[in-house]
Design a protein around this ligand. Structure first.
Ligand code: IPE
Ligand code: IPE
Ligand code: MG
Length: 236
């Protein structure tokens, strides 16, 4: 499918169902996160093969800190291990990494912070695919921090009419276009604090498939379904 022709520029994915996948197999929940790595790799390759420009994946939410300390520790370890093992491979394929979230939070281990900023730097001149890792991301936090920065910068000349023009410049990644398509796996039909501002006119698709089972077939199906949707943005 020619994604350019169908105006599919940015896909965002809520990668859900790792824990259930593992539990169904009698394994620890963390085994499901490990298994999700291959689905992510398949998805990145599909995006490159189909010349998608932006792919955003929800890797860890601001609410995920509430999980057991074992699971949180595993996820922190897993996210840095993934970068260490695979960033060169994706760098060579022309992938530019971005990290979306409250990356200064004290809860994030320093090693993760260093790896994320090194990976952004390493891949900063790539342009085939922008891969956005939403990490310690929560839409409420993003909106609140944007308001704080906006108010700070505009203290002396608060022109409230300019809010709508300037607000985007204060979001975590101002140059990130709004997603055209949001996919959530594993059957839940909710946003879980993901990109609430940016998803205003995004097409939503929900798959029953658990994230570790997700791949090219579902992505092709999603693109096909997207090509049939009529986006009117409030127009008749
Ligand atoms: C998504 O899978 C991955 C993260 C939230 C990190 P879950 O871990 O939420 O899996 P389920 O929803 O419990 O099956
Ligand atoms: C959303 O999934 C967060 C990520 C996929 C990283 P959750 O599994 O945490 O969301 P809820 O609890 O089902 O809403
Ligand atoms: Mg879940």
């Amino acid at each position: 499918m020619d994604l350019l022709k169908i105006n599919l520029n940015h896909i965002a994915i809520i990668m859900d169902g790792n824990g259930r996948w593992a539990q169904d197999k009698g394994l620890e929940r963390t085994a499901g996160h490990a298994a999700g790595e291959e689905s992510l790799s398949r998805t990145i390759h599909w995006a490159l093969d189909n010349k998608l420009k932006w792919l955003t994946v929800y890797a860890f939410s601001t609410e995920n800190w509430m999980r057991s300390s074992d699971e949180v520790e595993f996820l922190m370890f897993f996210n840095r291990d993934l970068l260490i093992r695979r960033r060169d491979e994706f760098n060579e394929l022309g992938v530019r990494f971005h990290f979306l979230g409250d990356l200064e939070d004290n809860k994030i281990p320093d090693e993760n912070k260093v790896l994320m900023s090194e990976t952004e730097e390493l891949t900063s001149s790539n342009s085939k695919l922008n891969l956005v890792f939403a990490f310690n991301y929560g839409s409420h936090n993003e909106i609140h921090s944007s308001i704080q920065k906006f108010v700070n910068d505009n203290r002396n000349e608060v022109d409230l009419n300019s809010v709508s023009n300037k607000f985007r410049n204060y979001m975590y990644i101002p140059e990130m276009p709004d997603p055209d398509l949001l996919i959530r796996t594993a059957g839940e039909q909710r946003l879980s604090n993901f990109l609430l501002y940016q998803l205003s006119y995004t097409e939503l698709m929900f798959f029953k498939t658990l994230w570790p089972e997700f791949g090219e077939n579902q992505l092709n199906e999603a693109a096909e379904e997207f090509s049939k949707r009529k986006r009117t943005y409030g127009n008749a």
